[in-house]
Design a protein around this ligand. Sequence first.
Ligand code: SF4
Length: 373
Amino acid sequence: MSKSAAHPSRRPRRRAVGSEHETELLLDWYERHQRPLPWRRTKDPYAIWVSEVMLQQTQVATVIDYYQRWLERFPTVSALAQATEDDVLHAWQGLGYYSRARRLLEGARYLIREHGSELPKTPAAWLDVPGVGRYTAGAVTSIAFGAKAPVVDGNVMRVLCRLYALPGNPQKAPLAGELWRLAEALLVTGAPGDVNQALMELGATVCQPKAPKCSACPWRSRCRAHATGQAERYPELPERPKPTPVVMACALVSRGERVLLTQQAASAPRWASMWLFPAVEVSAERDAPRALTRALGERYGVPGRVLTKLGVFKHAVTRYRITLHAYAVAVDGAERPRAGARWWAGAELGELALPAVHRRIANQWLAAGTGSP
Ligand code: SF4
């Protein structure tokens, strides 16, 4: 029997929610237990927007340093709007999902063009910003300006589905709409920004996907899923597709202190505009040396021969699990590579935006002393 088959009806019923007492319990818990995160010390809508975009798909512990460095480098929306895409990608490197950085840049330029340096205060105005959806618009305006705008992210979704024992897929209608209504109903008292953050904090630190800490939850006596001992059956998310394995090979082509890198096209689906070691996808590791030398010659005009294997690097990009085999490649001539490839001195690599896995290979090469003049 499927998880949901035991439920007589798939349509969530409208329910009486959002009592002041419910919200007060949550706010009281938040006041005592919230983590001291740097973006909680500001009401600057720009800083809050940056933190919200960084926190999408990235753990809090990873985001903290990036957030602080970002604000040192681009302290205002106007500073960001004036940055180049290379600067922005460089500041973002290692955080992954690089389209987020480009969306921030595009959004900053839009905000300066349409609003000057005074950022809008309403969710409706933020929804016009490129890359901003209902969640981000609600988070920024509720926290920075006290707008009565709800937020529903993965944490909120999980808490509400459990609190009210809601069956069905929370990412689809009708339950998705119901969750926004329930989140809004909780904004009945207190500062909307605090209620929203409290709800997200509860999901992140107490009502976790596995083994929720119900004994520490301010809503344990009201939670329907907890009452039936079935917290983990909610939310009823569809199974994630299995990760797709991908085998790739890349070439570390060096001449003295210089190394060959290629720039991804701005329209590339992965790592757009970033610098990589020349790489090819292969069906198996044994095909890698031949595929690499062919790609170097045909694509970049850099005929070469594989010397040694440098290592195997595993990393994940969205649903792809990539195994990257790196090789040292020797070349003859080829001073003028083509197709977006160029030689860079080891000392210049720190200024370029490289995906994390290629940065590791570059660091390994630099640490071996081969990138020194
Ligand atoms: Fe989540 Fe447990 Fe709290 Fe219910 S009682 S909201 S399941 S932590």
